[in-house]
Ligand binder design. Sequence first.
Ligand code: ZN
Length: 125
Amino acid sequence: MNNPKNPKERNLLKGAMRRVFSRSDLRRKALEKHDIDYQDPERPRVTKWSFCGECGVIEPRYKMEVDHVSPVIKLDEALEDLTWDQLVDRLWCDEANLKPICKECHKRKSKAENKERRRIRSEKS
Ligand SMILES: [Zn+2]
């Protein structure tokens, strides 16, 4: 197989895989773990509610994101260290590694992980 070697194409492929994962049964099942019996009288059309596994905020399920608790790309790795099979296996991981969290918490966690990756990389070089 001719693997794309340039970073732009690799990142595009990673994004495409993440988008497929975002529509997967596994992700949906993980999201449903945080379904709660809740109704907001001011938002009667929203019937499915969920809570963030980090901060506990209650939000419509469609707004929740699914976090890979143990990150897809480990903190001391880069995308190019992984084969595509490994990337797929890490995305479609054990359901126990998937946690519904709100967008804000997901952003905060990813940012901290990326900062740590950069720190580790700068130490290596
Ligand atoms: Zn949160």
